[in-house]
Design a protein around this ligand. Structure first.
Ligand SMILES: NC(=O)C1=CN([C@@H]2O[C@H](COP(=O)(O)OP(=O)(O)OC[C@H]3O[C@@H](n4cnc5c(N)ncnc54)[C@H](O)[C@@H]3O)[C@@H](O)[C@H]2O)[C@@H](O)CC1
Ligand SMILES: [K+]
Length: 223
């Protein structure tokens, strides 16, 4: 089923309904999102070291799931968290803990210099810094992380939305992550429709996260 482009509020409401009305857990949705994204990464960037930049929220949480699945595919993978791991909560904290117990390469880098060091040998950079929870211009370490990531010669892949781009308006922070591929969940976002966003989004792949078709029906595009 193809879904029309969704606003921040609509996509967040779909996640919320899946959890509250259908009893799906956030962890299951995150697992589906991360596993689906890892498969698309594998199809589009099949070789080299993958470095995943993770933020504080659930977009960061997706990054730990992606790392686990890429590791299962025997890829060289490193997670770089721009916040201390003990500041994470909920599903993101759970997946970070799994990654650490699994002895994946998880680094914390809270300065531009440290981020640069951990990204220097990346062939593929995956942006799990901010997703649909982001509002306004990039603050603090997030602006630095995107700036550094954009300077490195690597394939850049954004998860859900390139960090720095507004999900609803497509408005881009001066340091928006410049993706060659954006892997977005459930449906494209309304901001992607605006002129000028294409050069930041690159190709777009939509990954379903297992929410029931009944719940998606109001947003279905006619065949
Ligand atoms: N259960 C769910 O709702 C699911 C969410 N998923 C992922 O979760 C994402 C949404 O996660 P969250 O709601 O936790 O939000 P995000 O992970 O997008 O970001 C939240 C964090 O960003 C900070 N922040 C907001 N705007 C900022 C700015 N301009 N500069 C710097 N920091 C800023 C907030 O203080 C907060 O700490 C989605 O995009 C998707 O990737 C997926 O795992 C699928 C399931
Ligand atoms: K992102």
């Amino acid at each position: 089923m193809k879904i029309k482009s969704l606003s921040r509020q609509q996509v967040r409401s779909i996640d919320q309904q899946a959890i509250e009305d259908y009893g799906m857990t956030g962890l299951v949705l995150m697992e589906n999102a991360g596993r689906g994204a890892a498969e698309v990464i594998q199809q589009n960037a099949a070789t080299g070291r993958v470095v995943i930049l993770c933020g504080k929220g659930n977009n960061g949480g997706d990054g730990y799931v992606i790392a686990r699945h890429l590791d299962l595919m025997e890829r060289q993978v490193r997670v770089v968290s721009v916040v201390e791991i003990d500041s994470l909560s909920g599903d993101a904290a759970a997946n970070a803990a799994i990654a650490q117990k699994a002895e994946l390469d998880v680094q914390v880098a809270t300065t531009a210099e440290a981020i640069k060091t951990h990204l220097s040998d990346a062939d593929v950079i995956v942006d799990c810094l901010l997703g649909t929870g982001a509002t306004g211009p990039l603050r603090g370490i997030y602006a630095d992380a995107v700036k550094v990531a954009n300077q490195i010669k690597a394939t850049r892949i954004a998860i859900d939305v390139p960090t720095g781009m507004d999900v609803d308006s497509g408005e881009a922070d001066p340091h928006t992550f410049q993706a060659e591929l954006t892997i977005t969940f459930v449906a494209k976002k309304t901001g992607f429709e605006f002129e000028g966003t294409q050069s930041l989004l690159g190709d777009i792949e939509v990954v379903p996260i297992g929410v029931p078709r009944k719940l998606l029906r109001p947003w279905a595009l006619a065949d």
